[in-house]
Design a protein around this ligand. Structure first.
Ligand SMILES: NC(=O)c1ccc[n+]([C@@H]2O[C@H](COP(=O)([O-])OP(=O)(O)OC[C@H]3O[C@@H](n4cnc5c(N)ncnc54)[C@H](OP(=O)(O)O)[C@@H]3O)[C@@H](O)[C@H]2O)c1
Length: 339
């Protein structure tokens, strides 16, 4: 397969990166996050022993970037390793699982069965990294309990979720700097997870395992759903005659300035626009415009988020304006449901 320019650049840069001072690592699931995380860790000196993906092309591509000596396997091969392949996996002090969430429990069972059926390799006595094997998954929604079969097999387990959006497996290692990573799990595995975060220049936060689904829903709202909202705004500008490209170009500086305001202030202070000013007539015009174009999803989102904007604006919009806008939103919301 022909290498992209970005991939060739990464190969050249990473071949001169620090080598050898960090633990050996294997990664199961080398898609967007698994590859980006693996390569960033490699930059700080981790050695990548084995990479596994569902398809051979993904695994091969990740191995090519990870190191001249990295072994690649498909998930099917993982179920029937020869002794050379098993030894490579067994040498890893750390196994990172970055498959889709729904595959994590199955991978944990697969690995547990694999290690159970083989004699354990004695750990070096001077192993400063950890005195047992560590398995960590990177899902935001699942707790470390998803790796329970591995704990029964003598692993310490944790989850390590970066609050960052990686849409490109070839992302620069810098993408993890200053990023918060949510960590929970067994003490020794959580310690290893925190040292990974330090190596990447990130920051750690901890939540209870029972809160992970809610925590992840918050992340989806702030990131993925923000894009869904943006896409609705693009649709509205298409109705105004702008091409999708032009509409994106036009809206991006607005979004960036909003994020800059948010970096400096709490949401209530960062809020600008019709709701912050209490512009009753303008808000009526917005609602009418969306109704007239039959933009039902946008109208529903506008009303829902408008209520929240209104509560943010309460302190600096007059009470009359806030009450009146709340009534208008409610009336329009009911009317659009009944249509
Ligand atoms: N992307 C992000 O921004 C982000 C951020 C934070 C956390 N995460 C977490 O990272 C994990 C992966 O997300 P992603 O976005 O990187 O997904 P992705 O790009 O779809 O990558 C998933 C990888 O897992 C491989 N895979 C699928 N089933 C497998 C199996 N049974 N055994 C081994 N490998 C398997 C896929 O192989 P093929 O390539 O061959 O299909 C692919 O390489 C998820 O838990 C997600 O919650 C992602």
């Amino acid at each position: 397969m022909k290498k992209s320019t970005k991939e060739s650049g990464l190969l050249a840069r990473r071949s001169s990166a620090t080598q050898g001072s960090r633990p050996q690592l294997s990664i199961i699931g080398v898609g967007r996050l698994g590859t980006a995380l693996g390569l960033a860790l490699k930059d700080t000196g981790y050695e990548i022993e084995v990479v596994v993906a569902k398809h051979s092309a993904s695994a091969r591509r990740a191995a090519r970037l990870a190191g001249t000596d990295t072994l690649w396997l498909t998930s099917r091969q993982l179920g029937r390793l020869n002794s050379r392949e098993y030894n490579r996996l067994d040498r890893s002090q750390l196994i990172l699982i970055a498959t889709p969430d729904d595959a994590i429990a199955m991978v944990a069972r697969q690995l547990a069965a694999l290690f159970k059926s083989q004699k354990p390799r004695p750990r070096p006595a001077n192993n400063a990294f950890s005195d047992c094997r560590i398995a960590i998954h990177v899902s935001g929604a699942l707790s470390s309990e998803a790796l329970q079969p591995l704990r029964s097999g003598g692993f310490a387990i944790a989850s390590l979720h970066p609050l960052v959006s990686i849409s490109d497996a070839f992302s620069d290692a810098k993408v993890f700097r200053q990023v918060f990573f949510c960590i929970e799990g067994d003490a020794s595995a959580a310690r290893v997870a925190r040292s990974i975060v330090r190596d990447l220049g990130g920051k750690s936060l901890t939540i209870a395992p029972t809160s992970k689904a809610l925590y992840h829903a918050a992340a989806v709202l702030a990131s993925g759903h923000m894009l869904a909202l943006f896409d609705m705004a693009l649709e509205m500008l298409r109705h105004c005659g702008l091409s999708p490209r032009r509409a994106r170009q036009a809206l991006l500086p607005l979004v960036k300035s909003t994020l800059a305001n948010l970096s400096a202030n709490e949401p209530a202070q960062a809020l600008t626009g019709s709701f912050a000013r209490g512009d009753i007539e303008t808000i009526k015009r917005h609602l009418e415009a969306m109704k007239s174009q039959n933009l039902r999803e946008a109208l529903a989102a506008y009303i829902l988020l408008g209520r929240r904007s209104l509560s943010l604006a309460e302190d600096h919009s007059g009470k009359h304006a806030v009450d009146e806008i709340a009534r208008i939103l409610s009336r329009t919301g009911k009317a659009s449901v009944n249509r």
